[in-house]
Design a protein around this ligand. Sequence first.
Ligand code: ATP
Ligand code: MG
Length: 403
Amino acid sequence: MQVEKIPQEFMVALPLLQQIRAAGFEAYFVGGSVRDTILGLPIHDVDIATSAYPAEIKAIFERTVDTGIEHGTVMVLDHGEGYEITTFRTESGYQDFRRPDKVEFVRSLKEDLKRRDLTINALALAPDGTVIDMFSGLDDLENKTIRAVGDPTERFFEDALRMMRTVRFASQLDFKIEPQTLQAIKANAHLLEKIAVERIQVEWIKLLLGKNVVQGLDAFLETKLYKYCPQFATREQALRKIAKLPQLKLADELECWALLAYVFELTPKQVRSFLKAWKTSNEISTEVQNVLSILEQATSDLDPLVCYHAKERATKAASHLLDILQLPLTGAKLLQTYTALPIKDKAQLALNGKDLLQTLGLKPGPGLGKILNTLEQKVVLGELANDKTVLLAQAEKLSKELN
Ligand code: ATP
Ligand code: MG
């Protein structure tokens, strides 16, 4: 097969491939970007594979960085861009179900493609646009099939993460998992226990953001992979409930975690420990709690203070989830409430602590904070205009009441 129109991302890297070839070696584009090019999807990372050894790559190019030299990867700097060039390699050992004990550099493209996970990810693209397909990946792309390269059981024994990648691609690309590959996951799902949570998390989020989430989730549940993910083992029913949501189209990681926390009915404390177990960032954990604070009060007369305190990002996520979950409050109504807030942040209040100290001669302390909070709340609720004179007058009244 010939790729008719080589994407721009490849075009800019072509001179590098040609330079490697001029030095007498082979060089190809490989991996996900080749798959996505053939599918007509946008590409994100350009991976280059070569028969040249790392030292040979370093001799060809003037500016290189050893980004992963032990795995055969050298970064070549060109016109302010960095390109990762990786030597063809074979992997062996895999005693821990996740990493090869031994990596060996080889001169054969076929050997390199053979160690890749799925046939659709084992394609190479030559500079002239020819696709090199040694494991019928093109047929599988055509038939929308996810199939392990070689014997699936063996491949999942080598690296158990590949099972998660398989269900992720079923969702992301809306492809069916080939029966033997699916069977091998069912038989070996427990091996996922050996894999670092961070790596599982990446695949899990890509699954939830995919084109056919229901298909990915069904495979994730049917194969029992979920049992070996943090805090999922006893939550099959709740996960099934997610797969049944009619308009399940999530926009980002925050929406994914917030939906899970909501469906699992987690308390704020449980949210923290759940997300900690999944090793998400603290920022996501805080935002998820903000989203939940809105969802929990999703009646038709939402208190504007709730979305004021949740802030913009969480409000947007909540508005999307309200519609997905079909709660009484609509997403549009929530956004309307948020947009109508007179101020979105304390910093927008027409008066600050310094003003109170200077103009009213108040002393620093809890009383001052109390006054500011009251003013903030009244402005958010539209009970006071966000005007300095109005706020000062109100502050004076409040300070007298406090004394
Ligand atoms: P994405 O579009 O999400 O980046 P990808 O297939 O490009 O998907 P990467 O993690 O970028 O995924 O990996 C690049 C390539 O490396 C893959 O296409 C595949 O050929 C190979 N690969 C990645 N992970 C594995 C693995 N666990 N086992 C075997 N090969 C892998
Ligand atoms: Mg990639």
